[in-house]
Design a protein around this ligand. Structure first.
Ligand SMILES: [Zn+2]
Length: 544
């Protein structure tokens, strides 16, 4: 006897056997029991979720001689003839290959003849969205007022392509994608009936690959069983579908966390050499980053196998969420480009380079991830006091390499202005002068700098105070390097321009050293400043 595919062999025979669609099967069973059947049904949902199966069960249930609580008996002559596809009262039309007006007219011509063996003539039109506009129009009138003995069941994966006039004439049911748990449980039942043993992780992986579709899951299972014989393991499944195992994927994630491009590319090469396909590598890695995000967000309630939890625990703290979102974006770009670019290998390699070198990415999520990293570093610095001096000569290829603030050295050769000696006696002697106004509105001025996209400049002015003396605004900076940077003409001009925008007139500005302690007093100040910067950040940000 010819081999029958699992999904055909195990197709549900009654409503109670349809997996994951109880909200639909219960309703229809009730309609059958109460005799309140509609004359047109529309089943929509992704492929492999049970639309055609439910339509076939419905066609038997309404014609069955001895139905059992709304389910077909599958034993009577009528049920048997429908199951054997020899019953003239039930017709299944594939709209993908019968798109025209003539095909629909053919159906309409049969509508007026009464059913021969059962009570109802049932027309199942699969992939109904493929019908031409003319064909839909031809169907419309019949769908509106069909004879009492006719039931139409339309099925589609593309509900948005169905004209509103058709939608409004049908009772619509939306089929859900089937959960991994439901698929696994169904596969277990099937395998135990077939006398095949399988590990839980293998079944979970098959269900994951099926992506919510029972038919796809069973097709993959068929493929794996042909290879693995009577025992199915995760290793055999990954071998058959060319997928990458979890350990390798989490090792990739480790390379990304440590920014190790060479290791990631070497690992990729090993995967390709051992026959893994590019699509599976990219999608596997995408799913790992998604898992890490979900684990970070809801660690206590995250359900996963013990070994997977160990992988997650070992790497979750190496990432923050914005960085992970950026990783997902990079991989999504890569996977989408597979359709239009012939060399998938090059796309994967570029994606790995972008993942391990975040400074190469300049989109919003990447910048957000880098700022978030900078924020947490700044916060750590403030909590632990000033760190050891960074090496000035080190190349700054990455945001992580930006030298951290240093304590002032003993000698100082930067040209600078000292506030006049009388400053303490006359702190705000010229009330109302432009410089005094600038002193009192200093926070507004730094906010204006942030709003103009001068983020670096604004960062240098964190916790720095300004004093007005003799109508000159002295900006008191204790760090000599920062003083030097702020004294550069472009930076001074930017500060002056921000002052003019806030106080309404030009003010002479000097960068000064100052003995008065002006450093940031604590985290609260820092985060208030970051908040102020953030308000206008997304719309005004520019890289100058
Ligand atoms: Zn029957």
């Amino acid at each position: 006897m010819a081999y029958q595919a699992l999904y055909r062999k195990w197709r549900p025979m009654k409503f109670d056997d349809v997996i994951g669609q109880q909200h639909i099967t219960e309703t229809i069973r009730n309609e059958i029991n109460c005799g309140t059947l509609a004359h047109a049904y529309l089943f929509t949902g992704t492929r492999g979720t049970g639309k055609t199966t439910t339509a076939k069960i419905l066609s038997r249930a309404v014609n069955c001689v001895s139905p059992i609580d709304g389910n077909p008996c599958n034993e009577c002559e009528v049920c048997k003839s429908i199951l054997g596809e020899v019953c003239l009262d039930v017709q299944e039309i594939d709209a993908a290959s019968n798109t025209g007006v003539d095909n629909i007219r053919d159906i309409i011509s049969q509508v007026n003849y009464v059913a021969t063996t059962g009570k109802y003539k049932v027309f199942i039109i699969d992939e109904v969205h493929m019908l031409s506009k003319g064909a839909f129009n031809a169907l419309l009138k019949t769908l509106e007022e069909p004879p009492a003995h006719v039931i139409f069941i339309l099925a589609t994966t593309e509900i948005q392509q169905i004209p509103a006039t058709i939608l409004s004439r049908c009772q619509r049911f939306d089929f859900k994608t089937i959960s991994i748990e439901d698929i696994v449980s169904n596969i277990k039942t099937i395998l135990s009936s077939e006398g095949i043993s399988a590990t839980d992780d293998a079944l979970e992986y098959v269900a994951y690959l099926g992506d919510g579709s029972m038919r796809d899951s069973l097709s993959i299972l068929d493929q794996c069983l042909a290879f693995s014989g009577d025992e199915l393991t995760l290793a055999k499944v990954t071998d058959v579908v060319g997928a990458v195992d979890d350990k390798t994927l989490y090792d990739f994630a480790g390379d990304v966390a440590s920014g190790d491009t060479v290791s990631a590319l070497r690992r990729f090469n090993d995967c390709v050499s051992s026959g893994k396909n590019f699509d599976n590598i990219a999608k596997g890695l995408l799913s790992v980053f998604r898992e890490i995000i979900m684990y970070k967000i809801n660690r206590d309630n995250f359900s996963a196998s013990k070994i997977k939890k160990q992988y997650l625990e070992s790497c979750a703290d190496k990432f923050d969420v914005p960085f992970l979102v950026n990783c997902i974006n990079v991989l999504t770009d890569c996977i989408v480009s597979f359709k239009t670019f012939s060399s998938q290998r090059v796309l994967c390699e570029c994606a790995l380079i972008r993942l391990t070198t975040p400074s190469m990415n300049d989109d919003y999520d990447a910048l957000n991830a880098r700022i978030s990293s900078l924020e947490s570093r700044l916060s750590a610095i403030l909590q632990s006091g000033f760190p050891a001096p960074a090496h000035k000569d080190a190349p700054s290829a990455d945001i992580d390499d930006i030298p951290l603030p240093e304590p002032p050295p003993q000698s100082d050769d930067v040209i600078e202005y000292a506030p006049p000696a009388q400053q303490s006696a006359l702190p705000s002697q010229q009330e109302g002068s432009a410089a005094s106004q600038a002193e009192s509105k200093w926070n507004d001025i730094t906010s204006a700098l942030a709003a103009n996209g001068k983020i670096t400049l604004c960062a240098l002015l964190f916790g720095v105070k300004a004093k007005a003396v003799d109508n000159i605004l002295y900006i008191c900076v204790s760090n000599p390097d920062n003083r030097h940077t702020l004294s550069e003409k472009t930076n001074l001009d930017a500060i002056k321009s921000a002052i003019a925008s806030v106080v309404g007139s030009d003010v002479t500005v000097r960068i000064s050293s100052d003995d008065i302690q002006t450093s940031v007093s604590g985290d609260d100040d820092l985060f208030q400043s970051l908040d102020a910067m953030g308000k206008d950040f997304p719309s005004n940000f520019n890289l100058d």
